[in-house]
Structures are given as structure tokens and as C-alpha cells.
Design a protein around this ligand. Structure first.
Ligand code: NAP
Length: 360
């Protein structure tokens, strides 16, 4: 470790207490990385739906005042002496890194000039990506991998060689255009599945470009969607991935209307707060939980992510996983509230909203 040129305080967006408006402060203490962490100078901070859950509902927040933000890219300015990355090397000063920071833990909030990342779950930036693009990947890709390879139990073997286990079986992805959904669609395609994804009319071309075999307009009635799923899949679909957290009722209707073709139905969802559909309905629901990432108490989660990050890295590097569009909606810490409002408005559709905090 060791750097002489770092300041002792930094500028950050701070939420003083649960539900209180965020305010810019310029005297927040610079965090100190543990031996297995890196301190990162933020280049781009991405805004996520969960930032509202932490600041408004206190989700996973350990103490207030609290610096929100959980996804970013930046430059390593200080590395712990055991900061081994998922690719097998050690992070060093000057590396460009991206990833999800621990949610709700002091020193990890990315709406700040500097933040901490746990080395084992950080994403070294592939050369093929800009730092801005890299800031948009981790929440979506890691959540998709957790859903596909964790909760749906699909094998990752053969994924990179195009020899996945899917055998052309159908899977439904609800919300294929979102940050999580786009990686779920691409990952399931790489694993050899046929994907029918729900999206709005404006996202159909995007979904096709990501490999979706069919799309369904989520603005149609539930009955119409059930009929379309029946027709498209020829009534053979046993896996579903809800990437936008609002489809428990719809999946229940679909799985009730179509008999199982394998006798084993699985539904995974990013909704880990509402009660899951009752197992007596004939399918098992497995909620995805990325939230505890990085925490020592989440050793099993961390170790799964560490094993998958090299795959994500190589797929990004080779272009087999395509990153999404983004829009820089704010500059500097003072610009984050504007970017956050843009994200909350939904007016940028499937583009990830980011704020630029510093030049490389
Ligand atoms: N449990 C976890 O560990 C975990 C992890 C990550 C995210 N999440 C949650 O997952 C959800 C999605 O996150 P995200 O970052 O992917 O969101 P996002 O990128 O903001 O999602 C935006 C997209 O959602 C689509 N959409 C909106 N309503 C829809 C509906 N009824 N059906 C289908 N698509 C719909 C829109 O598609 P169109 O553009 O086509 O209209 C839009 O592009 C959030 O609630 C987030 O909090 C949970």
C-alpha cells in the first residue's frame, strides 16, 4: 500500500438520514482499503433502481449519513497488499476497474470522488470497453449470471465455445431491454436456449440484435401475452427469468395455462422483496440476491461471482457479450442529482444513466 498524494477528505453526495434529500458535502473522509480491497478514484458512476431503495427505505444501509451509489468505474489509487482480482492477478495503482460496491456500507458508496471495491468481486476493465461503458456492466451482468447459473441452475460449461446445455429449449425473459435483462437474454442465448423476451415496441430491434428469438409487448393484456407465449413456444417452456421485478402474477398465469413439458419448472426473479408465488402452483421461485455482494458474511455469493467474473470479462473482451447504451446525464458530484432524476424519470428507456466524475 502507500500513496502520499491522496487527500484526506473528498466531495460526495450524502443522504443525511433515511428519506432525507441528498446533499453535496466536501468534507467526507477518504476511506482506507483493507488488505483485500482497492481504493478507486471514480471516473463514471452509474445510477441504479436500488439507489432509491437504499436512500428511501434504508435497504442494507448500516449507518447514516450514507453515500449512495453501488456501481462505477475508476482508477485504482491504492491497493491492499492482498487485493487479488478474479483473473488471478493483483490490482495495482493505475489499473482501471469497474464493478459493484458493497451496498450500504460506509466508504463503498460510488456517488463520491473515491470509493472502496472488494478486489475479488471487482471487474478489471476489458480493453475493448471504455471506462464509461465499463461503469454500466456489473450490476446487470452479475445479476444475470446469478439468475442463469445460480438460481436456474444452468451449467456454465461450454458457454464460451457456444456449446451450452440449452438444446434450443425455450426460456422467457421478462424485461429483456433493461440493464439486467439484456445480459440475461445474451447469456441464455450463449447457453443454447431460445429466448422469448418481453419489452416495449421501441425495444424490439434492440432485443433482436441481442439474439432474442421472439419478443412480446409487455403493454398487452396478460391474457394476450399468455396466448402469444403458447403460440411462440408451442407450449413448451419451463424456465422464466424476471429481470424487472414486476412479473410474479404474469408468470403464474403463463405456467398455469401451459402444462410443464419437463416436470421441473423454475422461475427466477430480481424481485427479492415481495412474497414469491406459492409453490403449490407448480413451479419453484428463486429470488436473486446480489445485494450482500462483497460483505464477508456473503462468502458463498462472493466466491460464485469470483468464479464467473473471468467469464464475463472474456465474453466482453471478445464482443460475445454486448454492453448497452448509456447516457451521461451529469458531471461532477454536483451533477449526480440531475443524473439521478433522469434515471428516475425513465425517459432514457433502456439506456443506463451515468454521471462523469473525473477525466482519466
Ligand atoms: N435482486 C437483486 O439482486 C437485483 C439486482 C439488480 C437489479 N434488481 C432489480 O431489478 C429491477 C430491474 O433492474 P434494472 O437495472 O435492469 O432496471 P432498468 O435497466 O432500469 O430497467 C429498465 C427497463 O425495464 C423495462 N420494463 C419496465 N417495465 C417493464 C415490464 N412491465 N415488463 C418488461 N419490461 C419492463 C423497460 O423496457 P422497455 O425499454 O422495453 O420499455 C426499461 O428499458 C429493478 O427493480 C432492480 O431494483 C434486483
Amino acid at each position: 500500500m502507500g500513496s502520499t498524494s491522496l487527500p484526506t477528505t473528498m466531495k460526495a453526495l450524502v443522504t443525511p438520514s433515511q428519506g432525507a434529500p441528498a446533499e453535496v458535502r466536501d468534507n467526507v473522509s477518504l476511506p482506507e482499503p483493507s488488505p483485500t480491497q482497492v481504493l478507486v478514484r471514480t471516473l463514471y458512476a452509474a445510477i441504479n433502481p436500488v439507489d432509491v431503495f437504499t436512500t428511501q427505505m434504508g435497504l442494507l444501509v448500516e449507518s447514516w449519513p450514507f453515500v449512495p451509489g453501488c456501481e462505477a468505474s475508476g482508477i485504482v489509487v491504492k491497493a491492499g497488499n492482498e487485493a487479488r482480482n478474479a483473473l488471478g492477478g493483483y490490482f495495482k495503482k493505475g489499473d482501471i476497474v469497474a464493478g459493484c460496491a458493497r451496498l450500504g456500507v460506509e466508504g463503498h458508496g460510488t456517488f463520491a470522488e473515491y470509493f472502496l471495491l472488494d478486489a475479488e468481486v471487482a471487474l478489471p476493465k476489458p480493453d475493448s470497453l471504455t471506462a464509461a461503458q465499463a461503469s454500466t456492466v456489473a450490476v446487470g451482468a452479475l445479476t444475470a449470471f446469478l439468475g442463469v447459473f445460480g438460481e436456474l441452475g444452468i451449467s456454465i460449461e461450454g458457454l464460451e465455445e457456444g456449446k451450452g446445455e440449452g438444446e434450443g429449449k425455450w426460456v422467457i425473459v421478462f424485461g429483456g431491454a433493461g440493464a439486467v435483462g439484456r445480459y440475461a437474454v445474451q447469456t441464455l442465448k450463449l447457453a443454447g436456449y431460445k429466448v422469448v423476451a418481453s419489452c416495449s415496441a421501441g425495444s424490439v430491434e434492440l432485443l433482436k440484435s441481442l439474439g432474442a428469438d421472439a419478443t412480446i409487448d409487455y403493454k398487452k393484456s396478460a391474457d394476450d401475452i399468455v396466448e402469444e407465449v403458447k403460440r411462440i413456444t408451442e407450449e413448451k417452456v419451463d424456465l422464466a427469468f424476471d429481470a424487472v421485478s414486476v412479473n410474479n402474477d404474469l408468470v403464474t398465469k403463463i405456467f398455469t395455462a401451459i402444462p410443464s413439458s419437463s416436470g421441473r419448472r423454475l422461475y427466477t426473479t430480481t424481485n427479492d422483496w415481495d412474497p414469491a408465488p406459492d409453490a403449490s402452483l407448480g413451479f419453484t421461485t428463486k429470488p436473486i440476491e446480489l445485494g450482500p455482494l462483497g460483505r464477508p458474511s456473503a462468502a458463498e455469493l462472493n466466491s460464485k461471482l469470483t468464479s464467473w467474473i473471468p467469464v464475463v470479462y472474456r465474453l466482453l473482451e471478445s464482443g460475445k457479450l454486448k454492453v448497452g447504451g448509456y447516457s451521461v446525464e451529469g458531471e461532477g458530484i454536483d451533477g449526480i442529482p440531475k443524473a439521478w432524476e433522469a434515471q428516475k424519470s425513465g425517459r432514457l428507456g433502456s439506456k443506463k444513466v451515468i454521471a462523469k466524475l473525473a477525466d482519466e
